[in-house]
Design a protein. Structure first.
Length: 367
């Protein structure tokens, strides 16, 4: 059996909307549009959700095939994996595959045990030959994708299934956000301006990281901005997760760096055009920002966990260190829950101890 399909199953799933009956595929397409327009999901998140549901359809198709063909045995997980590879490789006829694709009645009839078995399958099989097994965080995302799809289908009256809502989310580690100290954050911005030998792209890179750090933006939020969104002395209107809007103060330094980039940009950007563009004048891809920060990180010998999102974490951490209150930081970050923002209180223990010693009455007496 060729190893190529084994390595490229997820690529197939992005391209081909198969492995379900036509009615389910229609629901699937409507759901994707809803995620994009109503939920305003970032491109990478939408792709991940799409793959998750497609993988579930593929799993169900393979499982049905084994059941009907009476080929269930102790190595069920391995056989399901083998059938999935055969389907993707085109080694099973389309007519045969169609017999086992899930329809709305089948999806509505799934019991809690079926969903648990699917999550168990995800936790034991490897996405690719040379990768480790999926983490609890990834499996939790798969479950979130399924719940979103089933909830959407129920809301629009296509089908409903209460069993999916009885499945608990796997326990995931609560990671403390990774932030740079203030000197490293400023040095990262400085070095970002000198990596690209093309002047306008160097100015663009500096403008992006300055904006992310200066406003606490997600990378997807920064790259989704259009030229007309930047108006000097006016707040920045950001449409974040779930389509929720928030207003952010636009620092003068951000406007300055963006203006310098636009002055050198070879494309005549007009209203409605993306603010940050690549070499062909199209909206810049997040991968380019990730590559930029990776290069700077390596030059500065920083921790390998530092990413563009670390600039957003640094924004929140440095505001907290400067005396900002959690409620205001929550609003600036666009967090739905204060508990998400509270993770930042665990980042800098030395700073918090210092605040305690300088502020608490008992600490003052002790000194």
């Amino acid at each position: 059996m060729s190893s190529k399909p084994y390595k490229k199953i997820e690529n197939y799933l992005v391209i081909r909307e198969l492995y379900a009956h036509p009615q389910v595929v229609d629901i699937f397409r409507e759901w994707k549009q809803w995620l994009l327009i109503e939920r305003n999901l970032a491109e990478n998140t939408l792709t991940a959700y799409t793959i998750d549901i497609q993988h579930f359809f593929l799993y169900v198709t393979a499982l049905n095939y084994l059941r009907v063909e009476d080929k269930l045995n102790e190595n069920i997980m391995g056989r399901i994996r083998a059938i999935i590879i055969n389907i993707v490789a085109g080694e099973l006829s389309a007519e045969k595959i169609e017999r086992f694709m899930p329809d709305t009645d089948f999806l509505a009839s799934l019991e809690k045990k079926a969903f648990r078995e699917y999550l168990a399958y995800l936790s034991t099989e490897r996405p690719h030959e040379h990768q480790s097994r999926r983490s609890p965080t990834t499996i939790a995302r798969h479950l979130s994708s399924l719940k979103s799809f089933f909830k959407f289908s129920e809301k629009l009256g296509f089908f409903s299934n209460e069993s999916i809502y009885q499945i608990r989310r796997p326990k995931t580690p609560k990671l403390i956000p990774k932030a740079l100290d203030q000197n490293d954050a400023l040095e990262l911005l400085t070095q970002s301006a000198h990596l690209n030998k093309v002047a306008w792209r160097a100015k663009r890179d500096l403008a992006i990281v300055t904006l992310i750090y200066g406003c606490g933006l997600r990378v997807s939020e920064a790259l989704s901005l259009n030229k007309e969104d930047i108006i000097e002395k006016k707040p920045l209107i950001i449409k974040g997760k779930g389509g929720k809007e928030r207003l952010l103060p636009l620092l003068g330094i951000c406007v300055e760096k963006i203006s310098q980039y636009l002055e050198l940009c070879p494309f005549n950007l007009q209203e409605g055009d993306p603010l940050f563009v690549g070499t062909k004048g199209k909206r810049l891809n997040a991968i380019e920002v990730q590559r930029l920060v990776k290069k700077v990180r390596e030059n500065m010998n920083l921790n390998g966990n530092i990413t563009p999102h670390s600039l957003r974490h640094s924004f929140a951490t440095h505001l907290l260190e400067g005396g900002g209150d959690l409620r205001s930081i929550q609003e600036l970050l666009g967090h739905a829950s204060l508990s998400t923002t509270q993770r930042y209180t665990k980042i800098n223990t030395d700073h918090l101890v210092n605040v305690y010693q300088n502020s608490h009455p008992r600490a003052k007496i002790a000194r």
